[in-house]
Design a protein around this ligand. Structure first.
Ligand code: SF4
Length: 330
């Protein structure tokens, strides 16, 4: 599977060419809202998971195939934690020598307490770390980090990075109904974000299939209150649909699998987008990928999503009796 995918339509970064530098679900957090299922391997090890030259060659190939203006951002966005790749700094600098397209890094931010990680990210045009709460208890409950990572390390790492970094720092906050959307928790979070001095605060909702089926977005009133408390730098980032590019691999099907590995998609958006690349054959192609065990359908709050088969989601309660039955009849 290639590490470069797309371009795909991004909620904030227009048509974004993705670079995924770590193997599937290699992460040091195991967030309850992760759209890619449960974390495995759960690790803190930084290393060159994919050879840096191989990644750069793939970026060069894709850039050669696209005209100026077709790609808005080049985004390091892992199907795990991007900063676990030990050559991230080299890669950002190498990509910037190839093109003037701005480079963004999406990270959970948990390794920003390490001076070398902060140094490596300096060349990026935008860095998008996460901070979902200012409570250690909620940090453990929502992000389920590696036991050696504390909230203090996360917040002080973000603050130190802000002091050293001159690009755009956009902190992502995932809002979850009944967990981090209470008034007192939001006020504590607003104080932490003030201390970090982010340029923007991006409020996200768990609209893609969360690993835990009980994870839900807050209601409209709570959302408005959250925006008020978090202040004028906070804005809600709405999920968008749009075209994606399936020309980055040998076949449209391989490119589709490459995208689904990083971005599970809701069925209606997926079928609409597939019409351009596989006219009249979208549904049939998906069904054949499912019957051969390469992709799966996940249902969340009545909506069907397509995701890679290797992602492990917690089953919805409604489906449990069937699962148990299957287990008994095996
Ligand atoms: S949402 Fe990001 S940080 Fe959280 S478990 Fe998934 S890949 Fe890791």
């Amino acid at each position: 599977m290639k590490t470069v995918f797309g371009p795909v339509p991004s909620r904030r970064l227009g048509q974004s060419l993705g670079i995924d530098p770590v193997p599937f679900k290699t992460c040091n957090w195991n967030c309850i809202y992760c759209q890619l299922g449960r974390t495995s391997p759960f690790t803190l090890e930084r290393r060159e998971y994919v050879p840096r030259t191989e990644i750069l060659e793939q970026v060069q190939e894709v850039l050669d195939r696209h005209d100026p203006g077709e790609i808005d951002w080049i985004t390091f966005v892992g199907s795990g934690e991007t900063c676990l790749h030990s050559e991230l700094g080299w890669l950002i600098n190498a990509v910037k020598q190839e093109t003037e397209i701005p480079v963004a890094v999406i990270t959970n931010g948990s390794l920003l307490h390490l001076p070398e990680v902060r140094r490596e990210l300096q060349a990026a045009d935008a860095v998008l770390p996460s901070l979902d709460t200012a409570s250690e208890r909620l940090y453990r409950k929502i992000n389920r980090p590696h036991h050696s990572l504390t909230l203090d390390m996360l917040i002080s790492g973000l603050r130190d990075f802000r002091a050293e970094y001159h690009g755009q720092l956009w902190v992502e906050v995932m809002l979850i109904k009944g967990l981090n959307d209470g008034e007192r928790d939001l006020q504590a979070l607003a104080a932490a974000l003030e201390y970090i001095r982010a340029d923007e605060i991006h409020l996200l909702l768990p609209t893609r299939p969360p690993v835990e089926p009980w994870v839900e977005p807050p209601d409209e009133v709570t959302l408005q209150r959250a925006q008020l408390i978090l202040g004028k730098r906070a804005r809600l980032v709405i999920e968008i649909s749009g075209t994606f590019d399936l020309s980055s691999e040998r076949s449209a099907v391989e490119a589709l699998l490459s995208i689904l590995t990083r971005h599970p998609m809701c069925e209606s958006n997926l079928l609409a987008a597939l019409e351009k690349w596989l006219p009249g054959k979208g549904a049939q192609t998906l069904e054949s990928l499912r019957s051969t065990g390469r992709v799966q359908v996940i249902t969340r709050r009545g909506q069907r999503f397509w995701s890679m088969a290797q992602a492990h989601y917690t089953e919805e309660m409604d489906n449990l009796p069937d699962m148990r039955l299957k287990g008994l009849t095996k």
